[in-house]
Design a protein around this ligand. Structure first.
Ligand SMILES: NC(=O)c1ccc[n+]([C@@H]2O[C@H](COP(=O)([O-])OP(=O)(O)OC[C@H]3O[C@@H](n4cnc5c(N)ncnc54)[C@H](OP(=O)(O)O)[C@@H]3O)[C@@H](O)[C@H]2O)c1
Length: 325
């Protein structure tokens, strides 16, 4: 089959479409003929050599896909050849075919095309497992999402609104903030021209928000703590602003704050299957009724993976950048 290969760690040009071995499925896996895959920020780190695939995962890029099942392992009962699905992958989505544990496969959500379905697995599993399953964001609470126009952010805004939450976002331009507003964001903060802590305090009568989903890390750490309400929860999923910082532990005491962090890709197969089943139960119905929609910036052919990475690193996009074999 053809797949995008990282010929050496480096800039987007190192990504090349090459002939590679077909993946072999294990007894509890299915083989999917890929209809579409989507970029995630982590792919750019893997390309540069700073985010190696976990043990046993495909060496190729691609954390999600949609497609048609070509074969099933002998222990798989839920899926059959010909089923149209999407899946959360440990890697290997930038290819014509991919093998995936059956527990990480989802039906195509009702009302969504097979191609567009590839925009959902990574964002839905990340946001649902962090903000909802762990931080227990609840109706009536307030929620700040950094990078509101990102793949993750555009999904988190919609899911937050669907759950009856007041959604705050940060983004780096007025165009991006307008995009977030159209998706339902209530308070839109330009992090380049405004102090987000002051704005959050102003909008919440001095209290702060209940939950923050943060992809910036060190450079926002103290400001995130300062922006939280009593019993507030900070969930960190990225370190675009660095990974090392100092913490004055007493700043957690008065407001009884919780700080958590997690990566999706390194979780066990069992843990991913649990998250996927919770996503199917809780997120898929919201998509089926049109409350959560795929937010797709652009489709590019798989052979233009390098251009797609350039686009992501330029940060011009809103939502997901897709690749089609
Ligand atoms: N831990 C996990 O399991 C997991 C899973 C998926 C994603 N993630 C992380 O989640 C983040 C989003 O991923 P993605 O794939 O959706 O990437 P993406 O679409 O490329 O989004 C990156 C976003 O970061 C924003 N950003 C950069 N600097 C910022 C700052 N100082 N303040 C606020 N926003 C800032 C950018 O917005 P502007 O252009 O407006 O600056 C952009 O929207 C990435 O950091 C990724 O690594 C983590």
């Amino acid at each position: 089959m053809k797949a995008i290969v990282i010929t050496q760690p480096g800039s987007p040009e190192v990504l090349q479409l090459q002939e590679v071995e077909d993946p072999q499925i294990k007894d509890d896996e299915v083989l999917i003929k890929v209809e579409a895959t989507a970029l995630n920020r982590a792919d750019t780190l893997q390309r540069k050599g700073s985010y190696p695939p976990p043990k046993g995962a495909s060496p190729h890029l691609g954390l999600e896909c949609s497609g048609t099942i070509l074969s099933v392992g002998k222990n798989v009962s839920r899926w059959k050849v010909g089923d149209q699905v999407c899946a959360l992958l440990g890697g290997g989505g930038y290819a014509e075919k991919v093998a995936v544990p059956a527990g990480q496969v989802l039906p195509v959500p009702s009302g969504v095309s097979l191609k567009d379905a590839a925009a959902f697995p990574e964002v839905a599993c990340t946001v649902w497992s962090t903000v909802f399953m762990t931080s227990h964001l609840s109706p009536g609470e307030s929620f700040l999402v950094h990078g509101g126009s990102s793949g993750i952010g555009t999904f988190a805004i919609q899911m937050g609104k669907c759950q009856g939450v007041r959604v705050f976002v940060t983004a780096g331009s007025e165009e991006k903030l307008a995009f977030c507003k159209d998706l339902g964001a209530d308070v839109c903060i330009n992090y380049k021209t405004e102090d987000f802590v002051a704005r959050v305090k102003e909008e919440t009568g001095g209290k702060g928000v209940d939950v923050i989903l943060d992809c910036i890390g060190a450079s926002y750490f103290q400001r995130n703590l300062d922006s939280l309400n009593i019993d507030g929860r900070l969930f960190i999923i990225g370190t675009q602003g660095g990974a090392k910082t100092e913490l004055n532990i007493t700043s957690l005491f008065a407001k009884r704050l919780t700080v958590q962090a997690a990566g999706l890709r390194s979780r066990s197969t069992e843990n991913k299957a649990l998250i996927v089943s919770e996503v199917e139960k809780n997120v898929w119905p919201a998509i089926a009724v049109g409350k959560v929609k795929p937010v797709i910036y652009k489709y590019l052919p798989l052979c233009e993976a390098a251009e797609a990475h350039q686009l992501m690193e330029s940060s011009q996009h809103n939502g997901k950048i897709m690749l089609v074999p």
